[in-house]
Write a protein that binds this ligand. Structure first.
Ligand code: CU
Length: 729
């Protein structure tokens, strides 16, 4: 018995040793018979031959800067050009109220033409009059202006129309971050911690709004970090040291240091750069990977912004506040070929990121990143091969700086076809079960438009993904650095009561404070035209009793449709045990079977804000009180947190608009959806977070007469040889 056992163990050991040994001799590059490593269209020399790269744009292997100085708008929704931004600046300089001092320009972008003008416009028609929408600041007053570029006149001008100020400019942030260094108390606090100005750096969390104390002037918080020994200063907070700075006078108005005695966390292990890694990961290296497109991409971009791919057509542009805007999304009918309207405009309208810590240095952290900082300028150049596949097309943003001069945010959007090995549809039959043998499958290839916005410590990755079956998936990925809190503790054993901590210990002396992320999307759905209705298709449990039906079942579900008449009918909190589908329909466009044409919202990432409605951060971000809202279309209601968000008091939010309870049945309506994340940090989030994603979908429902990709061709080996890595049988 013992001998048998010994032999068995020896045999298993030998087998393990054999596999371990043989795995070490696997070729580093598997053989790829018939598969070229680099498709010819994907090289920079071939790029000029491809129609989408006609403007000397590389395919993503190398970024090339594009000269935008002579750009001209070709579509009514095209963003303002360099020349137009220069014209706006000239017009404002000679505008009487600003003749002595040009205000600082906080946002400057296209004032989009009325919807009807855009809808009836056809390629070749003259463009509707070009106008600019400007948010400016002068002597701590907010100015909301419309500038007509044809007449060279300011055509509307409001001063402080609501509470709040325009988003911060880069100058605001950079100037405020320097203020503490000339403050004696601050320097004393640094010295007390053995630090100096040369090895510290300050950032500028937004101030929030917490009552009348700080009203009437623009203020910002300034907090600092130790930089020595790492590029990742975010993991080395100088805890408890917070200054409130007057943004216009650039002086410290409040100083607080309650962190003496809390050590600055160590620098070792915080650097995330590849060049700084000392330990190799305990895994076998991955070989380079990419998909092949031997015939080039299937999408094209016309006139700089109109994307055409498979059955989709839409307008894509960069935006200073929203980062990326999709407009005029239309899909071709699979039966008739008609190009049908799906969505007039979709974009991330506002974010809300409240932290759950009441300390002096933390209570105000309740960021509204789109309206306070802007996602456009935060969307730095994407990294080819890593942020976007090598066959991506890159698009620049053109924005205005605080002095009104244009600047280019290069390569901030990438567009690429994605094949993740997923299946579009499939079915098989087998003679074993009496049928002929059938194996039918279609690969799922999608088109993705992406930006990645680095808003301070956090990185938000926004994907708009289009499928040939008519579905649009909107995905948000979170990465970057946590906003962490210094702690005297190095181990949880030292913590008297862990419940007193505002988050878990994620490294020595580092707490990852619990927080939420909410991203609210403006989705102006126009299913087959502007007039749509919102239908709550509620699944209701029905009881069966013997007298009603002879079935042995006791319960079943029924789908009950309820059309929302007014806005309050469409203020929806998601409920797992009272589920619904949410349809946007066109009641006057019916399928051949009589069903209204529609799209449904398929929620995902359903964390909800649990804060009190009268908690100041929640009051300002009341657009997160519900996950779904529907409002009648209004050109003035684009930004869920209000037009002027910085230090706003919550008087111009989606929640305020929706309380008017306006009629929404068979009207031009806008759907709003909030993607939510609760984030309880963990050690794996240190020192940089692996991306966490969540998405929601807009999915056709009785929009097409049948499966719209029934006729889609499968992939054939003639076009794309099957690759057989040498390790597979
Ligand atoms: Cu987070």
């Amino acid at each position: 018995m013992e001998k048998t056992c010994y032999l068995l163990v020896s045999l298993i050991s030998c087998l393990i040793l054999f596999f371990l040994a043989s795995s070490r001799f696997l070729p580093t590059k598997p053989e790829l018979p018939g598969c070229s490593l680099y498709a010819p269209w994907c090289t920079s020399t071939a790029s000029s031959k491809n129609p989408i790269f006609s403007k000397a744009r590389s395919a993503g292997l190398h970024h090339k800067s594009t000269d935008h100085s002579t750009d001209t708008p070709k579509h009514p929704l095209d963003p303002l050009t360099v020349q137009e931004i220069n014209s706006v600046r000239t017009i404002l300089s000679s505008y009487d109220p600003f003749s002595s001092t040009l205000p600082s320009i906080h946002t400057l972008g296209l004032d989009e033409p009325d919807k009807l003008q855009v809808q009836i416009w056809r390629k070749g028609d003259p463009l509707p009059p070009r106008k600019a929408a400007v948010l400016a600041l002068l002597n701590a007053h907010s100015h909301v202006l419309t500038v007509d570029l044809e007449s060279s006149r300011v055509t509307s001008h409001a001063i402080n129309p609501t509470s709040g100020y325009p988003m911060l400019t880069t100058d605001d942030i950079m100037s405020a971050a320097k203020v503490p260094f000339s403050n004696a108390e601050f320097n004393k606090s640094l010295t007390a911690r053995g630090l100096s100005w040369s090895n510290s750096l300050c950032i500028t969390p937004s101030a929030g709004w917490f009552g009348p104390d700080e009203e009437g002037r623009r203020v910002i918080r300034v907090q600092c970090y130790a930089t020595q020994g790492t590029s990742n200063f975010f993991m080395r907070p100088i805890e408890g040291l917070t200054m409130t700075v007057d943004l216009d006078k650039l002086e410290v108005v409040k100083f607080s240091d309650k962190g003496i005695g809390i050590p600055v966390p160590k620098s070792s292990g915080t650097d995330y750069r590849y060049s700084a890694q000392e330990k190799p990961p305990q895994m076998e290296p991955l070989n380079p990977i990419s998909i092949e497109q031997p015939k080039g991409p299937s999408f094209r971009i016309e006139d700089g912004h109109t994307v055409k791919w498979a059955n989709w057509e839409f307008h894509l542009k960069a935006d200073q506040r929203a980062g990326l805007v999709i407009s005029r999304a239309m899909v071709r009918d699979s039966e008739t070929g008609e190009l049908r309207n799906v969505m007039y405009k979709g974009f991330a309208s506002e974010l809300f990121v409240p932290y759950m810590d009441l300390d002096d240095s933390w209570y105000f952290k309740s960021y509204m990143d789109a309206g306070e900082f802007g996602l456009g300028p935060a969307a730095f150049s994407l990294v080819p091969l890593n942020d976007c596949p090598r066959y991506s097309y890159y698009m620049d943003g053109v924005f205005a700086a605080s002095d009104g001069n244009p600047f280019v945010q290069p390569n901030m959007i990438c567009l690429f076809e994605k094949y993740a090995g997923d299946i579009g549809w499939r079915h098989s039959e087998d003679p074993l079960f009496g049928s002929e043998q059938i194996r039918e499958a279609r690969p799922k290839v999608t088109l993705v438009a992406r930006i990645a916005a680095t808003v301070g410590n956090y990185d938000y990755i926004f994907d708009w993904e289009f499928q040939t079956d008519g579905l649009i998936r909107i995905k948000v990925g979170l990465s970057g650095m946590l906003m962490v809190k210094g702690s005297p503790h190095q181990n949880v054993n030292q913590v008297p009561n862990q419940e007193d901590m505002s988050g878990p210990l994620i490294s020595e002396n580092v707490i990852g404070v619990v927080h939420d992320h909410f991203i609210t999307f403006h989705l102006d759905m126009d299913i087959d035209g502007s007039n749509n209705s919102f239908v709550n298709v509620n699944l209701v449990k029905q009881e069966n009793s013997p007298g009603i039906n002879s079935s042995p079942r006791k319960s079943y579900l029924k789908a009950k449709r309820k059309i929302a008449k007014t806005e309050k009918d469409a203020q929806i909190k998601l409920k797992l045990y009272d589920p619904s589908e949410f349809h946007m329909i066109n009641p006057s466009r019916k399928s051949r079977l009589g069903n209204p044409s529609g799209y449904k919202l398929v929620p995902g990432g359903t964390a909800a804000s649990l804060l009190d409605h009268d908690d100041p951060p929640q009051l300002r971000s009341a657009f997160t009180n519900n996950q779904i809202w529907v409002t009648p279309y209004s050109k003035d209601e684009q930004w869920a947190g209000g037009l002027l968000v910085y230090q706003s008091r919550g008087d111009d939010t989606l929640a305020v608009w929706s309380e008017r309870d306006r009629p929404i049945e068979n009207k031009d309506i806008v759907l709003w959806y909030t993607l939510g994340f609760h984030h309880i940090p963990c050690q794996e989030d240190f020192p940089v977070m692996p991306t966490v994603s969540s998405s929601f979908e807009l999915k056709p429902v009785n929009f097409f007469e049948a499966n719209p990709i029934l006729g889609a061709a499968p992939a054939f080996e003639n076009d794309l040889p099957v690759c057989r890595p040498s390790a597979s049988s």
